[in-house]
Design a binder for this molecule. Structure first.
Ligand code: AMP
Ligand code: MG
Length: 334
């Protein structure tokens, strides 16, 4: 079969990224232009600024992606783009760019779900084999699903309120840490001890998650301490939060290992960049003799290579999008 080169576009949040991915697994080039420093000034992503910055750099990112790969648009097999979930204005910039390229160069267009992109980032490391358990841990999602094949998802459970990444970001904010919060909480926790007694989410009989109770407990604890002029041991609080938050993921994956007998786990989404999470999942997989896949840091955070990887099975099945493809903030897997 002829090699397939997918040009992928990702602009769902505050990264403008493009990549060329060969046969769904080999990254030929990847460019990521992050707006992080700008949004850090405001303590979080400002949607209007994000979309404007995408429009400013997107053609430059395209030129650089082609140049790095030493390829021309004529060499490309299809154009893939994230169409959901994400910030609507940001998504539209990428979608319009992808549609324009598909129209001018007469290439198939492939709309990709960003969450599925995070899962397929694992294919850039090692070929995913099925059935597998996929744990999605991001700023907007916490889900545990079974995949029986490419694009076949069966949801076991999800968060009933806040996502784990959201909890990390709120805890960071209340501790006075800079945006983006997750990595900064992790850094602070490195020098802390587990010494705060925080409420554990109680969802023992289901695969669902809940992080709002834990988040609120920390916000209240910090506010009460401020009112009483008491000092917070920030490192200890960060550590205690991290242990409670991630142990909950471990417990649910362990339940799934026991009940499904599936011997493979892939972790996906921004929070999979967390080292403590990785270590705990490694221990768990060792205990159940399961194979663990977590993408390298570059592919954990938002990037277009994962979109190219996720577009490949759709390309093979000729599941192309038409020019009505539009942005959606809705987040379900299919
Ligand atoms: P995503 O929604 O997949 O783009 O991932 C972004 C989320 O991942 C944000 O909530 C970040 O705070 C979180 N995140 C990124 N790196 C880490 C980390 N090292 N530890 C915990 N959370 C992280
Ligand atoms: Mg993401």
């Amino acid at each position: 079969m002829k090699d397939v080169y997918i040009l992928a576009v990702e602009s769902s949040c505050d990264e403008t990224s493009m990549a060329i991915v060969k046969n769904g697994r080999e990254v030929i080039s990847l460019v990521i232009n992050t707006q992080m420093d700008t949004h850090a000034l405001y303590g979080g992503v400002v949607p209007e600024i994000a979309s404007r910055m995408h429009t400013e750099v997107i053609t430059l990112v395209l030129d650089e992606t082609l140049k790095k790969a030493n390829m021309k648009m004529e060499d490309i097999s299809a154009i893939a783009v994230t169409y959901k979930p994400g910030l609507t204005g940001s998504l539209i910039v990428g979608i319009e760019c992808a549609k324009t390229l598909a129209l001018i160069y007469n290439k198939p267009l492939i709309g990709v779900n960003h969450l599925i992109g995070h899962i397929y980032a694992n294919n850039l490391e090692d070929k995913m084999e099925f059935p597998l358990l996929a744990l999605i841990v991001s700023g907007g999602h916490t889900e545990l699903v079974i995949m029986n094949n490419d694009y076949e998802f069966k949801k076991l459970g999800e968060t009933l309120d806040d996502a784990i990444g959201e909890a990390y970001d709120k805890v960071a904010r209340v501790l006075g840490l800079k945006y983006p919060g997750g990595p900064n909480v992790e850094k602070l926790a490195l020098n802390g001890n587990y010494s705060y007694n925080l409420p554990k989410p109680v969802m023992d009989n289901t695969y669902n998650f809940s992080y709002s109770g834990l988040k609120s407990a920390i916000i209240n604890l910090v506010h009460n301490a401020k009112q009483r002029n008491e000092e917070i041991r920030k490192e200890d609080l960060a550590k205690s939060f991290q242990i409670v938050a991630i142990d909950e993921l471990v417990r649910k994956v362990e339940k799934a290992f026991k009940e499904t007998n599936i011997k493979r786990l892939v972790v996906a989404g921004g929070v999979s960049a967390n080292k403590y999470l990785k270590e705990e999942m490694q221990k768990l997989c060792h205990k159940y003799q399961a194979k663990l896949l977590i993408p390298r840091l570059l592919y954990c955070t938002d990037n277009a290579a994962m979109i190219g990887a996720a577009a490949y099975p759709l390309y093979l099945k000729k599941e192309f999008s038409d020019f009505k493809l539009n942005a959606s903030s809705e987040g379900s897997l299919l």
